[in-house]
Design a protein. Structure first.
Lengths: 712, 87
């Protein structure tokens, strides 16, 4: 019997089992096959189950009566439906559900990779040993764990394809093809030559990952058009029996905003990731997406495009599969009944303590590390354990524990490394990818569609966090500190004479001892400014601050510099102003630097007035929150959208509109319009106002709070 | 959170809106002081939120009083320092 060792690259369903791609130690890419049965369950009224049995019995499935565990209802009598054709399960289940909509269904929509991982104990991108009979897997054995801190990196062949411009704005003329250190431009003027060239590259390089810009929205759809036009067949899949799998573009509402996701193209046997259509790619890149794939069991192609919520749901499914818990097809748990006062008591978020407005010197920022997940794990908060004493570890803490431990270990390694060490960037990306999974895990406890969610468990976490923050505040005050600001899981404290990080160590030890949750010192600010409302200087703004740490590093939250709709020009100047101010070592010195900032601002205005600022630095980017005809009085972004629509472009909610403020009838000029704006038509006054506002933010803190003369 | 029950910030905004005819009738100088009362309450939103009450405005009034007492205490201290300094 032959044997192969390597990394697990891809897994997907086939009619007679599953296909599995292995990247072997001797640099081969093996397409292997494996018999794989899939079971889903139906539960409910016995007479209905009997009818479902009759409906299914001539559909090439195995039917059994079993007793299986539901997380909330306990043991249930179920009808187990097993098929040896994983590619058929979706159709089979849809037919059954249509006929018997009132039955409860379980394990009906679990991704095939998760079933495979749960059954074989392997993981995506993980190393494994397979025993083979020709191309068929007889046995598969994992050689490492997804929780390994320093796994042997998978030696991917990465082919990067980038057009010379954004295809939405202009028709690209060439495609940059990059492999390892070699790159060249493939001209697009002759589709025939282009197709022949790209086909040859794909065959020659045989990449594991095709990394593109605009691959989803432009290149792959365009390849199939050119293929038809030229008659040259080009299948970018490694599995040549498969066509490219496409998903349509959509707009959806998540995390409080409408988001637009372009059409997507997925490959088999290799991956395709479009950097311009990958939701969290900007946060943690390929390393992060691969780390998420390792621990969640969702493929890299999907993980790069989906929200971390999909990842955490997958991890919960994996825990359920491994612990013989059925995964409900639809959420069944609704909010329990409460009196009004109980609701008022329960329906709270994290503790937000209004800051003391103004400039403060020698301020320490102390953060609880992954506070909410740590609470869930430490206090065993899970939808099925809520309100119960002395129960076994719940599904959610069981899922989170290894994730939390891995992230803390990565962070510890990072803190010991020299910032210039070549491993830092990769470790940072991996830690950030895990952080996002932990962050959304809490949200999913209260998410209305989460299968393992229950709002009471969500409320229990925030209640516990508020209590811990109050405990931390009391400990700090008992030790003579002033608490300047608290924001959900971090607090800002100061005390006269305390300035070195070690001065704050006793406080941190005391807080950690009292709360039982690990904490870390983010740093000690030389000075930090907590901002007031622009409308009324007496009202403090939460989580709006900027400051300089002792090493001169800046930290800023909630100011223009952090906002995506601020123009690059304003951001650059605000950052330059902060860098000038960061040279100040005390709040008193801060005021001395203000004249330098004023000089900077005057120079910047002069440059704009004389047309020396590139137009692309003046682009404002705003999202459309609704369809264009849904605006009563169109926002600037909507007016830009209308201009593009007039040129025949399709505009959907959630799309970002880029535009310039202009002196014309609509007040804006869409950046993607074919005609370029005459710089003389630029609305410079509007840009000055934006700049002045940003400058007020950074300079106001040194202005004393004056009672207006009019009062007297 | 705060999805079912309105937040304290929203409740304060709503109360301020309801009192807008009252505010409008005040003299301009007094309007500034009136706004200051709400600004004082907003400095204690966390504390008002912790109070599990059906009528959070009671706690908001308490927060306004607290800020005033604080201001009086600070002024008292300043007067005492001035008296000491000037004999």
């Amino acid at each position: 019997m032959a044997e192969a060792i390597g990394w697990l690259l891809d897994v997907y369903a086939e009619e007679d089992g599953i296909a599995l791609w292995l990247l072997t130690d001797d640099d081969k890419r093996l397409c292997l096959h494996m018999d794989f049965d899939i079971t889903f369950y139906a539960a409910g009224d016995f007479s209905l189950l009997r009818q479902a049995w009759i409906f299914l019995r001539d559909k090439e499935v195995r039917l059994e009566r079993k007793v299986r565990h539901d997380l909330f209802l306990g043991e249930r009598d179920v009808l187990a439906v097993t098929t040896s054709n994983p590619a058929r399960i979706q159709k089979l289940f849809s037919e059954l559900q249509r006929q018997f909509p009132s039955l409860d269904y379980y394990d009906a929509d679990i991704p095939i990779t998760l079933r495979f991982i749960a059954q074989t104990n392997t993981h995506l991108l993980g190393r494994c040993r397979v025993k083979l009979d020709d191309e068929w897997i007889e046995n598969i054995e994992p050689l490492n764990s997804p929780w390994e801190i320093d796994p042997i990196p998978i030696p991917l062949r990465i082919l990067t394809l980038t057009p010379d411009c954004n295809p939405v704005i202009r028709k690209p003329r060439s495609l940059k093809v990059q492999y390892q250190k070699n790159g060249y431009n493939l001209q697009l003027d002759s589709p025939r030559l282009f197709m022949i060239g790209l086909k040859a590259d794909l065959k020659h390089i045989d990449p594991d990952l095709i990394l593109t810009d605009y691959g989803d929205t432009w290149l792959f759809p365009q390849l199939s058009i050119w293929s038809e036009e030229t008659g040259i067949e080009l299948n970018p899949n490694r599995d040549e029996n498969r066509p490219v799998m496409t998903r349509k573009a959509d707009s959806y509402f998540a995390y409080g905003q409408v988001t637009y996701r372009g059409a997507q193209s997925y490959l088999f046997g290799r991956w395709h990731v479009d950097r311009k259509n990958a939701m969290s790619f900007g946060e943690y890149g390929l390393e992060g997406a691969m780390e998420q794939a390792r621990v969640t069991g969702i493929g890299v192609q999907e993980m790069a495009r989906k929200s971390p919520g999909a990842g955490i749901t997958a991890m919960q499914m994996l825990t359920a599969l491994r612990n013989d818990i059925m995964v409900p097809f639809q959420k069944q748990q609704v909010e329990g009944t409460k009196t009004l006062i109980e609701l008022i008591r329960a329906d709270h978020g994290g503790l937000i303590y209004q800051p003391l407005i103004g400039l403060h010197g020698n301020v320490a920022q102390i953060d609880f590390s992954s506070m909410y997940p740590a609470i869930m794990v430490k206090h065993n908060i899970s939808p099925e354990t809520i309100g119960k004493e002395d129960v076994l570890e719940g599904l959610v803490p069981k899922t989170l524990r290894p994730l939390l431990e891995k992230r803390l270990m990565l962070k510890n390694i990072l803190s010991d490394l020299n910032p210039r060490d070549c491993r830092v960037e990769i470790l940072k990306a991996r830690a950030a990818a895990l952080k996002w999974l932990l962050v959304v895990c809490f949200g999913y406890l209260g998410y209305k569609n989460a299968r393992f969610g229950k709002i009471e468990s969500h409320e229990a976490v925030t209640a516990m966090s508020r209590e811990l923050m109050l405990q931390a505040k009391e400990v700090a005050e008992d030790m003579g500190f002033t608490v300047l600001h608290m924001y959900v899981d971090c607090l800002f404290v100061r005390q006269e004479g305390f300035q070195k990080p070690s001065d704050f160590a006793p406080l941190m030890n005391a807080i950690e001892e009292k709360t039982g949750i690990p904490i870390a010192l983010e740093g000690v600010f030389k000075w930090v400014a907590f901002l007031a409302s622009k409308r009324d200087a007496r009202v403090p703004m939460t989580n709006q601050y900027f400051g300089a740490f002792q090493d001169g590093t800046l930290k800023y939250r909630g100011i223009e510099l952090r906002r995506r709709d601020t123009t690059l020009w304003v951001r650059k100047i605000q950052l330059a102003a902060l860098e000038i101010l960061a040279q100040a070592d005390t709040p008193e010195e801060f005021a001395n630097r203000v004249p330098d900032v004023q000089v900077l601002v005057e120079r910047a205005k002069r440059e704009l007035r004389t047309g020396r600022v590139p137009l692309d630095e003046l682009i404002v980017c705003q999202k459309l929150s609704r369809t264009l005809d849904g605006y009563v009085s169109p926002s600037p972004a909507a007016r830009a959208g209308l201009q593009l629509q007039a040129q025949g472009r399709q505009i959907a909610p959630g799309q970002s509109m880029e535009f310039l403020f202009a002196r014309n009838a609509s007040g804006v000029h869409a950046w993607e319009l074919e005609e370029v704006l005459d710089p003389g038509r630029l609305d410079t006054k509007r840009y000055f106002r934006l700049l002045d506002r940003a400058m007020r933010t950074v300079l106001d803190p040194c202005r004393p709070l004056l009672v207006p003369e009019r009062l007297l | 959170m705060g999805r079912t029950v309105v937040t304290i910030t929203q409740q304060l905004n709503e109360t301020e809106r309801m009192l807008s005819p009252f505010r409008r009738t005040l003299r301009r100088n007094d309007q500034y002081v009136f706004d200051g009362l709400f600004a004082a309450a907003r400095r204690h939103i966390a504390a008002i939120g912790q109070e599990e009450s059906l009528l959070p405005f009671e706690s908001a009034l308490l927060a306004m009083l607290l800020e005033q007492s604080k201001e009086i205490a600070v002024l008292q201290q300043k007067i005492e320092e001035l008296i000491k300094k000037n004999g």
